[in-house]
Each structure stands twice: as structure tokens, then as C-alpha cells.
Design a protein around this ligand. Structure first.
Ligand SMILES: [Zn+2]
Length: 311
């Protein structure tokens, strides 16, 4: 199998049987395993397998226990969706995906959320072991957040609308990024030390070099890290290696994606969108096919429609 474009992928995965065979090899490596009890060597049936363990005897297919479970959408369409969601720079909306692949917007919405679940980095590595790190927070949501992002660079401006009115940010996202490396993101209740500090110490080893803006919440970093801050309030943006341009660039891609493609993102789903954006960013040097294969290896997670729509 070799594909460099969506038509090539669809061409290779024309038959559902090809998709199933491909996915069985990827998931089981020639050794089908019952997802209910873990027994090997099941009986082959017309539509999949039947467990050979007498206590179990359950029927299953390769989709059970994965993001494809209980979905009537062909694997071919799922595979194409994974390809589109991970290769488009800023993501793809459920409307666009539905139109491109001939499924309803509602189905596409569900497919995309399950894909986001798959994209979630279940064991992120530590950042800053051999690279410099920048940390910053972004405010997502509300109309003000959408305006003149490039101009709202100073700390002062972050707290005012373009009309100069106080602005209460709806959603705070904290980000840690390596220069020429990876990013990790977290949606936090607010930009207070209790949230930020724990997140940073979880992802950055002590002794690393961290740059931030002059927000007081970052003052404590000096205790554990080599820390320096840039004085945005004085309109200084770069001082030698001290700057936060890497994370600022990331925020602008994130915001353009969230506002341009997804329009509005509810509190409930914001973390999933963050998983999607960081997965795309952290795997940006891979080809479309490499991403497809890598992420498909992580597809053993189930997110039901009920879980998605529950309050
Ligand atoms: Zn079994």
C-alpha cells in the first residue's frame, strides 16, 4: 500500500474487505484476539469471529473495542476521514467532511469526535530536555477573542476588548511548546498558579530553560527552572533568545482553526479540539500516509454517541 493523496487512498481501500484485512493485520498482527475475554484463536464466521473460549463464546469483529465500534459507516469512509482530518492544516469541519465523503453532517460530526479521541496523546513525552521551551496562555471564545489577534499581544490588551472595555475571557488554554519541537495544551479553569504550575511541572523536567511573558503567574518558575520573561507591556517582543514567538505562532494557527473552521467550540468539547490541534502539530513532519498508519495504531478507544452528547 502506498498513497500520497485522498484519491489514491480511496482507490486502494475500494473494497470493505480490503479495509478489514488491513485493519486486522494492523491490530492483531495475524493473531485475532477476543476483545471481550482476551482469548486467542477464535472461530471464523461469515461476518467476523466467534470466541473459542467456552465461558465467553461471543461474536466479534475487528471493530469491537475501537473507534469504529457500532458504526454503520464503512471503514473506507472512516479511513478517508482520518486522512483528511490529519492532513488538512487547520482541520476540517463536519459540514465539509460530510460533503466531501457523501455522509450526513451528523455522522461526520460523530466521526470527527471519535477521531479526536484517537488523536489524543495518551503518553506525552517531557518537553525541554534538550530544547528551549516557551509557555503562555490563550483565551478562547467570545467575539472579542476573534478580533485582531496579532494586535492583542500585550498582557494589558489581553484583558481589554478592542473598544477598550474589560473583557472576561471564557476559556483559558495553557500551552507549553519547544522551539523546533512539540506542544502540549490544557484547558484550565483560569490562569492561576494552581492550574499552571502543576501542568508545567508535569510536562517540563526541572532545570529546563523556559521563556514566558511577564505575567506574575510565571514568577515562581525561577525556583525550578532557568526562566526569563519578555516585557510585552513595554512593547518588547524579542530580547536575544528571550521571546514567546513560537507559542504565539501556534496560538494564531489554533485560533484561526477554531474560529474559521469550527466557528464555536463548547466547553465540553474544547479539550478534544486541543488534542486534534496538538496531534497535527506534533506530527507535522510525517507524510499523510505515515500519520494515517501511526494514528490508526491508536484507534483502540471507544467513545459512544451517548458519551459525546451527555451533559
Ligand atoms: Zn472471548
Amino acid at each position: 500500500m502506498n498513497f500520497k493523496s485522498l484519491p489514491q487512498l480511496l482507490d486502494y481501500f475500494r473494497e470493505e474487505s480490503t479495509c478489514i484485512e488491513y485493519y486486522e493485520n494492523l491490530r492483531w498482527q495475524g493473531n485475532p484476539t477476543c476483545p471481550h475475554c482476551g482469548a486467542e484463536k477464535p472461530y471464523k464466521t461469515n461476518r467476523g469471529y466467534k470466541c473459542s473460549n467456552k465461558e465467553c463464546h461471543k461474536k466479534f469483529t475487528v471493530k469491537v473495542g475501537t473507534i469504529f465500534q457500532n458504526s454503520k459507516i464503512p471503514l473506507r469512509i472512516w479511513f478517508a476521514s482520518i486522512y483528511l482530518a490529519t492532513t488538512s492544516k487547520k482541520g476540517i469541519s463536519s459540514v465539509q467532511l460530510g460533503e466531501q465523503l457523501g455522509i450526513t453532517q451528523k455522522s461526520a460530526w460523530f466521526v470527527l469526535h471519535r477521531i479526536r479521541e484517537m488523536l489524543k496523546d495518551k503518553s506525552p513525552r517531557m518537553l525541554g530536555e534538550d530544547k528551549m521551551v516557551e509557555v503562555d496562555e490563550a483565551y478562547i471564545g467570545g467575539k472579542e477573542g476573534n478580533k485582531h489577534i496579532s494586535k492583542r499581544r500585550s498582557l494589558k490588551d489581553k484583558n481589554l476588548t478592542n473598544e477598550g472595555k474589560p473583557y472576561v475571557p471564557k476559556k483559558t488554554v495553557v500551552g507549553i511548546i519547544e522551539r523546533n519541537g512539540d506542544v502540549v495544551l490544557k484547558y484550565v479553569p483560569n490562569a492561576e498558579l494552581s492550574n499552571m504550575g502543576a501542568f508545567i511541572s508535569k510536562h517540563v523536567p526541572k532545570g529546563a530553560t523556559i521563556y514566558s511573558d511577564e505575567a506574575p503567574v510565571y514568577n515562581h518558575l525561577k525556583k525550578y527552572y532557568t526562566h526569563d520573561s519578555i516585557k510585552h507591556a513595554l512593547n518588547i517582543y524579542v530580547e536575544g533568545s528571550v521571546h514567546t514567538n513560537t507559542i504565539e505562532n501556534f496560538w494564531s494557527v489554533l485560533k484561526r482553526g477554531l474560529y474559521g473552521i469550527y466557528h464555536q467550540v463548547s466547553d465540553k468539547h474544547l479539550s478534544r479540539y486541543l488534542d486534534e490541534f496538538s496531534a497535527r502539530f506534533n506530527n507535522r513532519t510525517l507524510t499523510g500516509q505515515q500519520k494515517f498508519e501511526k494514528f490508526l495504531n491508536d484507534s483502540e478507544s471507544v467513545l459512544s454517541y451517548n458519551q459525546l452528547t451527555a451533559n
